[in-house]
Design a binder for this molecule. Structure first.
Ligand code: RTP
Ligand code: MG
Length: 142
């Protein structure tokens, strides 16, 4: 049974700065997922606080907000069979030292604080996160 899902994926400022955009988009395409929206943005503090609402008050929160707003990020909506779990598997563990080889973070990321890519961890969060950056009309309908 196919379970078609949409998820929100974002190449973080270090990924854009290090010119890893092509490499990462290539991996998503080669996996057979569909990129159905894409936008390069310099994130506002408000958008960052909404995206990382769940981490408010944690020790790394202020550093996270300032890092994520420090330069352009590439925002995408990715669609496919079980897209939420598939993208989470592809990005790998939060700490690149623990991320498996073959994952995006395992192969490309340098530190836990600056770990190249974000992907939603549930369908509910995917809907919330997509709506921060995209209007319905900016997402290509299947
Ligand atoms: P993301 O939300 O960015 O996809 O990452 P994640 O689910 O793998 O990890 P999460 O626990 O949601 O943490 C969000 C981001 O905060 C930064 N972080 N730094 N220094 C630290 O201990 C620490 N912990 C988390 C990372 O950039 C992480 O991706
Ligand atoms: Mg997370």
């Amino acid at each position: 049974m196919m379970s078609l899902q949409k998820t929100f994926v974002m190449i973080k400022p270090d990924g854009v700065k290090r010119k890893l955009v092509g490499e990462i988009i290539g991996r998503i395409e080669r996996k057979g997922l569909d990129i159905i929206a894409m936008k390069l943005v310099k994130m506002s503090k408000e958008a960052a606080e909404k995206l990382y609402e769940e981490h408010k008050g944690k020790s790394f929160y202020q550093d996270l907000v300032s890092y994520i707003t420090s330069g352009p990020v590439l925002c995408m909506v990715v669609a496919g069979d079980e897209a939420v779990a598939v993208m989470r598997k592809m990005i790998g563990a939060t700490d690149p030292k623990e991320a498996s080889p073959g994952t995006i973070r395992g192969d490309l990321a340098l530190s836990k604080g600056e770990n190249v890519i974000h992907a939603s961890d549930s369908e509910e969060k995917a809907k919330k996160e997509m709506s921060i950056f995209f209007s319905d009309s900016e997402i290509i309908a299947g």
